[in-house]
Design a protein around this ligand. Structure first.
Ligand SMILES: Nc1ncnc2c1ncn2[C@@H]1O[C@H](COP(=O)(O)OP(=O)(O)OP(=O)(O)O)[C@@H](O)[C@H]1O
Length: 786
């Protein structure tokens, strides 16, 4: 009977083997993609069902030695493991993709660049605010300086000749009115003139420059400034502007002041000063800084630059670094100036002398640059031609001088009357001063007068002219910016705008990449959960099958007889539709599937009172070996079948067509003695061990860890072969590779599997022992009542 059982079990194993390559009947159940892991899971279920159904429908078949050696459940486990491995591989691929995506993110360099851009942006904003504040301050200052054409009147003292001749001063200065003077006419009438400031004959050069300085220094703020001295010959124009070595004039003091302020503002502004010196002689421009005594004078013309300013191409611009440089240049230029002797002045200036100071400044805080001009003009004598007895060349000079001075008067008149057209181009002088005369420039006019009564007419003419100049309503001064710098700032602003756009684009890209990363991470997490579900499901299935195999093995070995009843009961059970294995209700933590055997778990000594019902309570030591095992080991033909199955096999004498096919294959891989060279399954070892009565089979059990693992998985009671001190169930539990698995919710989970349900209702429904016991009413079942 036991031989038949073994044969039946073996054939059942073969039957499962023959179905191990079964594929899902529905193509839709195939695992196609990783994302369709749910389908994957369902496919596993259907695979299981398909295998089981095919196994059941095929019935018991003959075992052939050439058929596969792997059990179907092993095959399914392998398939599941393969799928899990595939899922892990895909997970790895996805993780690598995410990592590559992360690597392609803007790295630290881009982040640093962004930080630098932000810092630069903040700095530019700060500078812009500072510049706005500065501009406001300057604007207020300009408002205070409304009426930017200022007129100072300076009266020279009577010279030695005039005093000797008994001349008296016709200019009366009211002590109570600082800025007014009265001219005593020939009829003893007094003409009063009011100017911005009136310098008396006793006022020295320092006093004059003290009043001039505020306007002069405006050139360092970027304003064009024009200072000119107007008056008849010998009234002290050159003395005021150039001065002497002992009494330096406005020109020298201005440069001195400019250098002083430049040094004072050194931490904020960097200035460069350039000096040009030229004269307009007979309507010709001469560069006074070129020693052209030995060669013909180079002809210079006034050109209008792109910025609208008047430039003289070819004019020397000497970079000066100190007042000494300026003084040397002035002396050199003065020597080149055209002078002549008149009866009014021994060294009368026969030309208009213009000293141009170009200031180039750079704001070290905001980088703003300025470029402005300061014109210091010593005009030729304004006396009428008839006043001085000249002829020939001197007469011609005087005509040009008067013509240019008349043009200057016309310009001033036009500015005063606010006419649309200002005749700047009527003379070289006004054309040259165009950008420094007018409403948006600061102009200072020194009207030089003589106190000599003999010069009364010329004095009145000069004062009247100066009074008209003073009456010009000029607009607020306009700061002269370097247009090239302006263009540069414009480009910088455009670049900043572009950089801000790029920064925003980068930030958008960063956000997009972060979103993609989070999405991929989410996918990875889902995949991990699916892998975990599959592993949990696999573990559950293994556990369930192990339980069933244990029960079947115990039943089959304990009660091999009554096979027909067993068969009928089993058939009755298997005809029920088998639902898929109940999924795990509780997700178990991921546990890596390895090919290594878990360490043998110690089997706790069983108390007599809590002994497994499969084992008699009185059993101990060798006697603890279950009777099923003992029965199997005592069977002489145990080693004959190629496979050793715990499922029953009908006796050859019985019909094979009526063989019972267990719903869950419960078999133990074994081997025929003649093929033991190829098999190292535990049963083979155990069979040899049992046969020889030794423990040598244990060596082969652990020689191949993979085979040993599977053999150990499906060996119902490997421990029984050696220790024999525990029950098959306990032995199976202790030998299972899932010993380390977390406890399942066995108490709460209830299987819906028909077989399990049937077993729950009829614990011994397909147990031969139970059937036999029920049939004969003599022997109770050894299976536990679940
Ligand atoms: N404020 C003054 N104090 C003392 N001396 C003066 C003063 N103004 C002019 N002089 C003297 O008067 C003389 C003539 O002055 P200056 O040459 O400067 O006149 P000018 O107006 O330039 O004449 P021109 O138009 O012919 O060049 C000089 O010797 C000068 O020293």
């Amino acid at each position: 009977m036991e031989d038949r059982t073994v044969e039946i079990l073996s054939e059942n194993c073969e039957c499962f083997d023959s179905n191990r390559d079964l594929k899902p009947s529905s193509p839709s159940a195939s695992v196609q993609t990783l994302e369709d892991s749910t389908i994957h899971s369902e496919q596993i279920e259907e695979n299981t069902d398909s295998i089981d159904d095919n196994s059941l429908s095929s019935g018991i078949q003959e075992t052939t030695p050439d058929q596969g050696h792997t059990l179907p459940i092993l095959q399914k486990i392998i398939d599941l493991s393969t799928k899990v491995q595939n899922l892990k591989k895909e997970h790895t691929v996805l993780s690598d993709q995410v990592k590559q995506t992360t690597d392609s993110f803007p790295g630290p360099e881009v982040v640093n660049t962004l930080q630098l851009l932000n810092t630069e942006h903040e700095l530019l904003k700060k500078k812009y605010l500072q510049e706005s504040s500065e501009r406001k301050r300057l604007y207020n200052e300009v408002i205070e300086l409304k009426g930017n054409i200022r007129v100072f009147c300076r009266c020279r003292p009577l010279n030695q000749n005039e005093i000797t001749s008994g001349s008296t001063s016709i200019v009366d200065f009211d002590s109570s009115q600082d800025n007014e003077l009265q001219v005593i006419c020939s009829d003893s009438s007094k003409k009063q003139f009011k100017f911005d400031h009136v310098f008396r004959p006793e006022d020295n050069q320092e006093a004059v420059f003290a009043q001039t300085k505020p306007i002069v220094t405006s050139v360092l703020d970027g304003y064009n400034v024009c200072i000119f001295a107007y008056g008849q010959t010998g009234t002290g124009k050159t003395f005021t502007m150039e001065g002497t070595l002992e009494n330096r004039g406005v020109n020298y003091r201005t440069l001195e002041e400019l250098f002083r302020i430049s040094d004072e503002r050194g931490g904020i502004m960097r200035y460069e000063l350039f000096v040009s010196m030229l004269e307009v002689y007979n309507e010709k421009i001469r560069d006074l800084l070129i020693d052209n005594s030995n060669q013909p004078a180079k002809k210079l013309e006034i050109k209008q630059a792109a910025e609208g300013t008047q430039e003289v191409p070819g004019l020397v611009e000497a970079h000066v670094y100190s007042t000494e440089d300026v003084w040397e240049l002035m002396k050199s230029g003065s020597r080149s100036r055209s002078v002549g002797s008149t009866n009014a002045n021994e060294l009368s200036s026969r030309s208009h002398c213009l000293l141009r100071v170009t200031v180039k400044g750079e704001n070290l805080i905001n980088g703003q640059k300025i470029r402005s001009h300061l014109w210091l003009v010593d005009l030729a004598g304004s006396e009428r031609v008839g006043r001085i007895e000249v002829e020939g060349e001197r007469l011609k000079e005087s005509q040009f001088i008067n013509k240019s001075l008349s043009a200057l008067g016309d310009v001033i008149y036009a500015l005063a009357s606010k006419t649309a057209h200002i005749p700047y181009r009527n003379s070289k002088l006004t054309h040259m001063l165009q950008s420094s005369l007018g409403g948006d420039c600061k102009t200072l006019m020194f009207v030089q007068i003589s106190p000599n009564s003999a010069d009364l007419g010329e004095t009145l003419c000069s004062l009247n002219f100066a009074s008209r100049v003073r009456g010009i309503e000029s607009g607020p001064a306009r700061k002269q910016a370097d247009l090239s710098e302006l263009f540069k700032y414009k480009q910088m602003a455009e670049k900043l705008k572009h950089d801000e756009k790029e920064t925003k684009k980068l930030q958008d890209n960063l956000q997009s990449m972060q979103l993609k990363l989070s999405a991929r991470e989410h996918i990875c997490r889902n995949l991990q959960e699916k892998v975990r579900d599959l592993e949990n499901q696999l573990a559950e299935e293994r556990k369930t099958r192990l339980k069933q195999e244990t029960r079947a093995f115990a039943a089959a070995t304990a009660q091999p007889s009554g096979f027909s009843s067993l068969k009928q009961a089993a058939l009755k059970t298997i005809t029920e539709k088998k639902p898929p294995l109940a999924p795990s209700k509780v997700r178990l933590p991921l546990r890596r599937i390895s090919n290594f055997l878990p360490p043998p778990s110690p089997v706790p000594p069983r108390k007599a009172g809590t002994a497994n019902p499969l084992i008699p309570a009185s059993a101990g030591g060798k006697e603890n070996i279950p009777k099923t095992t003992m029965a199997a080991t005592n069977t002489k033909n145990l080693m004959k079948p190629r496979r050793f199955s715990v499922a029953v096999r009908p006796h050859p004498s019985t019909t094979t067509t009526q063989a019972i096919q267990p719903r869950r294959r419960v078999s133990i891989a074994t081997i025929r003695p003649e093929s033991n060279t190829y098999m190292t399954t535990p049963l083979h070892s155990s069979a040899s061990q049992f046969k020889n009565g030794t423990a040598m089979g244990r060596q082969s059990f652990v020689r191949d860890s993979r085979k040993a693992r599977y053999s150990r998985l499906f060996s119902p009671m490997p421990e029984l072969r050696t220790a024999g001190e525990t029950t098959p169930t306990a032995a199976m539990r202790s030998s299972s590779k899932f010993m380390g698995s977390p406890p399942t919710q066995a108490g709460s989970w209830k299987s819906k599997h028909p077989t399990v349900v049937a077993l729950q209702r009829k614990p011994l429904v397909w147990s031969p022992l139970k059937l036999r016991g029920m049939k004969n009413n003599r022997r109770p079942s050894l299976l536990p009542s679940l």
